[in-house]
Design a protein. Sequence first.
Length: 395
Amino acid sequence: MKQILRSYDFGLLAIILLLGIFGLLMVYSSSFAFAEIKHGNPQYFFNKQLIWLIIGLTLFFFVSIFPYQLYGRWIIPIVFLTFLLLIAVLIPGVGIERNYSQRWLGAGPLIFQPSELAKIAFIVYFSKVYTNKQKDIESFTKGVLPPLIILGAGFGLILVQPDLGTGTSILLACGLILSVSGIRQVHFWALAGTAAAGIAVLAFSASYRLERLTSFINPFADPDGSGFQLVNSYLSIGTGGVTGTGLANSVQKLGYLPEAHTDFIMAIIAEELGFLGVAMTMILYLLLLFKGFHIFQKTENPFGKLLALGFTFQIISQAMINLGAVTGMLPITGITLPLISYGGTSMVITFISLGIMMNISLQQNYRLKYKKSGNTTPPNRVKDEKTYHRPVWNG
């Protein structure tokens, strides 16, 4: 236990705790009026978010001491389970439909989104497969194409829900893993162009997606219809100024801005805490980005390097897509702000992803400290990930 504590990345932990606690505060501030009207309890969303925060932190600490190498060994059952859940959510009577989307499984208050689990599954899958395929990485048909077929099938199932935003964030993270794995540049740019063209076709192929695109370009053309959310988001942001109207003093959350405690929580942060609140939030995400990139740089294990890079980029790209939608720089996709927006599944999955990153950092810190003591190899090292059977630390 002492070895774990000495190697623990407390900088990463501090960033995560600050984002989670700040998110809990803003969920209450942005939702208490709506919660009182809809549920008769102003703390309704706050209480649920607090429970999910505790669950997420518990899983984070457990995952942070769970050897990440084991995910590579279990990748086939992980991906298989993910596909089963993605298929199950589409079955009538099994999947739960909300706001014209069928994305959830479960019963009562215990529901979750299988597409959130897919974020972890495909990042682990791509990291493991392209670590093992280094000798064939320059061959498109043998080294590059097979994992892309699996990813394409998963993306298709997520798209049918429909959830283009989550599917796109997964594609971006997996694309980055692919780009640094040694693939030939001509293959990478051909794939990137194909993916961009495909997403563009999908965006224009459905009326609701096309409506979101047109409202994003000119929300004031239909301020009471398709542009309603974005127009009210602009009002929130513009009202806040430098210091904001004060915590809990937002007007837009009083029935004017839909999804004030979920997708558009950053607009409420801008209104209540102003530019300073937005800047503080952005600084925390930038620190998380730098910390994730630092873990990627210092990690010696190729599988661990790709995992750290994939999870870091997935979380940060999700934040950037959300911020782009709130400010009108990107179409509205329904993607939440990681660790800050209200939402149980998203929060728990983000904490698990960060827990895996913490374990990568922890193991590497332990190895580096052991080498500095004059030893060339840490005890109980993993000679072969396929035969890995115990933690790096055994006291």
